[in-house]
Design a protein around this ligand. Structure first.
Ligand code: G3P
Ligand code: CA
Length: 244
């Protein structure tokens, strides 16, 4: 059975990586959410995709140069003009806030460590400590394009699933995944032909391709029982899955 993971929440219809986006994903019945993390100036784990706040908020500058209180003053839906909330302004959440909200549901959470361009000190340790505090070991998958960082996570917490992100076609990538102690792999969907997906799953490695937004791609991946798809449109994916 293919699970539906909401990419940056329901990012196709809501401002990405906000509580509004995660709540929308839960409401439509997604099985999990995917989110991206960086560290603020004082070392708080914050949920935002880019190294800077420029693309998604009304601010300017690197996330790591902002204290949390200043990040919290930014409007995280500023660039998502089609979304309007009359209740509150969407803000950049902390990972702790997302974890608190997860107490009220059963969602899985794929945390992507955004430590490819900036090496945040002790990011892996901080994320794992928080997972331990909430006892979410079974609900979390840690992914990253930085595979050294994933090996470090495994060394710190061998019981927490890791999954390398990659975008180039690899030959028998499940062998590579095993070599770095990963239990899953998260390829760009263009680098994940059916044969590769089947090979990995048969070998016990979960495959969750990103970012699967077109109907025909959702149908193909659900039909071959891919472990999960990561999509900006979880509601659409749920409907398609139900009709199959
Ligand atoms: O986790 C899959 C996907 O989120 C990786 O790419 O750039 O959307 O974080 P990106
Ligand atoms: Ca991501």
């Amino acid at each position: 059975m293919t699970l539906i993971f909401a990419h940056r929440g329901s990012a196709g219809t809501h401002p990405e990586n906000t509580m509004e986006s995660f709540i929308a994903a839960e409401k439509c019945g997604a099985d999990g959410i995917e989110l991206d993390v960086h560290l603020s100036k004082e070392g708080e784990i914050v949920v935002i995709h880019d190294e800077t706040v420029d693309r998604t908020t009304n601010g300017k500058g690197f996330v790591q140069d902002f204290f949390l209180s200043d990040l919290k003053s930014l409007n995280a839906s500023y660039k998502f003009k089609t979304f309007q909330s009359f209740i509150r302004v969407p803000r950049i959440p902390t990972l702790r806030e997302v974890f608190d909200w997860m107490k009220g549901n059963q969602l899985q959470c794929n945390i992507e460590l955004k430590n490819g361009k900036i090496m945040y000190p002790f990011l892996e340790e901080k994320v794992i400590d928080l997972i331990r505090e909430y006892q979410y070991e079974e609900r979390i998958i840690i992914s990253s394009f930085n595979h050294y960082s994933l090996v470090h996570c495994y060394q710190l917490a061998p019981d927490i699933e890791t999954a390398p992100l990659y975008s180039e076609g690899l030959y028998m990538p499940w062998i590579y995944a095993r070599a770095i102690h990963a239990k899953g792999m998260h390829p760009n969907m263009k680098a994940a032909p059916d044969m590769i997906i089947r090979g990995a799953i048969e070998d016990g490695i979960a495959v969750r391709p990103y970012t699967v937004n077109k109907k025909e791609d959702m149908e193909r991946l659900i039909a071959i029982e891919c472990s999960a798809i990561i999509t900006d449109y979880p509601e659409k994916a749920k409907k398609i899955k139900k009709q199959m």
